[in-house]
Design a protein around this ligand. Structure first.
Ligand code: AMP
Length: 480
C-alpha cells in the first residue's frame, strides 16, 4: 500500500514524502479513502498510530478540491477538538506540514494564554480551527467564534476529553455546528458516554479499530532500579551523565517534584527545564522548542503537561516517580522508541511505590528487568529481593523467548499485539493475580500485598486519606 493508492492530491503526496513516510500506517490506509469521500468515521486508535495524518490528509484533500464559499471573510470550515493545548499544537503543526502550499489557513484556540491573538486570527478568517473545548466555548459565548460554516468536525482523543471533564463543553460546541457535516471521532478507548456520544453525532460511520500501539513496545528497553526516594536524584544525575543519554524526558508525579528535580539537575551541570501546569504556555513552548533543537538535554515533566509531546529522537525516558495509573506508564515510555527508532525507559522504585510497580507489571503483563548494578554511593533497598521472590508468570513475548519483530517500520505495524485484527479495547489485560486464585503463588502475592498496604497506611500516618478525583473532575491545570 502506498499513499498514491489512497488517491491523495499531488501536494499532499509531496508533503508525506518530504516527511519521510514510506507507506501509510494501518489507520491511514483504512481511514483516508473513506474520509476523502466525506464519510463519517469512528476510529478506535491511540496516539502513535499515525491518526493525526489519518484525518489531516483527507481533510486537506477535500478542502483543496472544494471551492470556498464566497463570503466577505473566511469562516472556519473544519473544527478539530483536542483535549490539551500540547495536542492541539501538534495537530496544528501537522496541518502546517501537510498543508504547505495549499493556501489554507488554520489557527489554534486554547486556554492558558491571552485570547486576543486568537480572536484576531478568527476575525481575519481561517479555514481550520484546532481547539481545546473550554476556550472555544468561551469564545463562542463572547461571539468571537462562528461555527456555522463548519463542514468537517473532528473529535480527537474523545475519551481523554471525557476524563478531563470536557463532555459538557464538547456538547455545547456540537450544538453550534451545522447538522449537515462530516464528523470524525477518534478515541483510544470507548467508555459508555463516548459510545453514546458517537451514536448521537455520527451518521453511518465507517469503523476502524487499531490495536493499542503496544502494551510495552518491543523497541523500548525497559529496566528498573530499586532505589530509595532520597537517592533518586543522585542516581538520575549519574545516569544522565552517561554517553548514550542524548535527549531524555524525566517524569515526576507532582509539579513541585518536577521543579525540585530540575533545580538539582541544573546544579549538577545538566541542561534541564521543567514543564507543567504552573508554567505559562509561552514558557512551555519555548522549552519544547529548545528541547527539539537539542539546546536542552532533559525535559522534566508531569503527565498532564507531557500528554501528546511528540519529539522524535528521545533516547531515554526516566520514570523518576512511578505513575499512579499503569496506563500512564505505557504513555510515558511511548515518548521514546518513536517512528522506528529504539529507546530506553528506566524506572525508579522506592519501597513506597511497590504496589504501583505491581499494578504496572500486571498491566504490561510482565516483570521489568531489575538493574542490579548501582553506582557507588547508592544503596539498594531491601525490597528488591522481596519483589523478585514474588510469583511471576512469563507472558511477554520477550520473556517467552519469542523473537523481536524487525525494526524500521511504523510503531503501529510492529509487534504481535499491534496487528490490525487484534482487539483494541484499551482495557487492562486480565488480572493474573485475581482473587480466588488458589495457587500458593497467589496466596503469597496476597500476603505481600497486605503487608505493603499496612506499611503504606502506616507511613500515611495521620494524613487524611484523600479521595481520588472522580472521572469527570477536571484535574488542576487542565486547559480550558
Ligand atoms: P500520531 O499517532 O498522529 O501522534 O503519529 C505518531 C508519529 O508517527 C508522528 O511522529 C508522525 O510524524 C509519525 N507518522 C505518521 N504517519 C506516518 C507514516 N505513514 N510513516 C511513518 N511515520 C508516520
Amino acid at each position: 500500500m502506498t499513499f498514491e493508492n489512497l488517491g491523495l492530491n499531488e501536494s499532499l503526496l509531496r508533503a508525506v514524502a518530504a516527511e519521510g513516510y514510506a507507506s501509510p500506517t494501518p489507520i491511514q490506509a483504512q481511514s483516508i479513502p473513506h474520509l476523502a469521500e466525506g464519510r463519517d468515521l469512528l476510529g478506535v486508535a491511540q496516539t502513535g498510530t499515525g491518526k493525526t495524518a489519518a484525518f489531516a490528509l483527507p481533510i486537506l484533500h477535500r478542502l483543496n478540491g472544494k471551492k470556498r464559499p464566497q463570503e466577505p471573510r473566511r469562516k472556519p470550515r473544519v473544527l478539530v477538538l483536542a483535549p490539551t493545548r500540547e495536542l492541539a499544537c501538534q495537530i496544528g503543526e501537522s496541518f502546517s506540514v501537510y498543508g504547505r502550499g495549499s493556501g489554507l489557513r488554520h489557527t489554534l484556540v486554547y486556554g492558558g494564554v491571552g485570547q486576543v491573538p486568537q480572536v484576531r486570527a478568527l476575525r481575519s478568517g481561517v479555514d481550520i480551527v484546532i481547539a481545546t473545548p473550554g476556550r472555544l466555548v468561551d469564545l463562542i459565548n463572547q461571539g468571537y467564534a462562528d461555527l456555522s460554516g463548519i463542514e468537517i468536525f473532528v473529535l480527537d482523543e474523545a475519551d481523554r476529553m471525557f476524563d478531563m471533564g470536557f463532555l459538557p463543553d464538547m456538547r455545547r460546541v456540537i450544538d453550534r455546528l451545522p447538522k449537515q457535516r462530516q464528523t470524525v471521532l477518534f478515541s483510544a478507548t470507548m467508555p459508555e458516554p463516548i459510545e453514546k456520544l458517537a451514536q448521537q453525532i455520527l451518521h453511518k460511520p465507517v469503523q476502524v479499530r487499531i490495536a493499542p500501539v503496544k502494551k510495552t513496545t518491543e523497541l523500548i528497553d525497559e529496566s528498573l532500579y530499586f532505589v530509595p526516594q532520597k537517592q533518586k536524584t543522585k542516581l538520575l544525575t549519574h545516569l544522565l551523565h552517561g554517553e548514550e543519554v542524548l535527549r531524555s524526558i524525566v517524569f515526576t508525579r507532582t509539579k513541585h517534584g518536577a521543579d525540585r528535580v530540575t533545580r538539582d539537575l541544573q546544579k549538577a551541570g545538566i541542561t534541564a527545564e521543567a514543564i507543567h501546569g504552573n508554567k505559562s504556555q509561552n514558557f512551555r513552548q519555548r522549552v519544547l522548542a529548545g528541547f527539539k533543537a537539542n539546546k536542552l538535554q532533559v525535559l522534566v515533566a508531569t503527565d498532564l503537561a507531557a500528554r501528546g509531546i511528540d519529539v522524535d529522537g528521545v533516547t531515554h525516558v526516566f520514570n523518576f516517580d512511578l505513575p499512579q495509573e499503569p496506563e500512564t506508564y505505557v504513555h510515558r515510555i511511548g515518548r521514546t522508541g518513536r517512528a522506528g527508532s529504539s529507546g530506553t525507559a528506566i524506572a525508579f522504585c522506592d519501597a513506597e511505590e511497590r504496589s504501583l510497580l505491581r499494578s504496572i507489571e500486571k498491566f504490561i503483563q510482565r516483570r521489568m528487568r531489575i538493574e542490579s548494578k548501582l553506582p557507588a554511593g547508592i544503596v539498594r533497598h531491601e525490597h528488591e529481593r522481596e519483589h523478585q521472590r514474588e510469583p511471576r508468570e512469563a507472558s511477554h513475548p520477550r520473556e517467552r523467548g519469542e523473537n523481536r519483530k524487525p525494526a524500521g517500520r511504523h510503531p503501529a505495524e510492529r509487534g504481535p499485539r499491534s496487528q490490525e485484527s487484534a482487539p483494541a479495547t484499551g482495557e487492562a489485560p486480565r488480572n493474573r493475580f485475581r482473587k480466588g486464585k488458589t495457587s500458593r503463588a497467589a496466596a503469597l502475592h496476597r500476603a505481600t500485598e497486605k503487608r505493603n498496604m499496612q506499611a503504606a497506611a502506616k507511613t500515611a500516618g495521620a494524613r487524611k486519606w484523600k479521595r481520588k478525583p472522580s472521572a469527570n473532575q477536571k484535574p488542576a491545570g487542565a486547559v480550558r
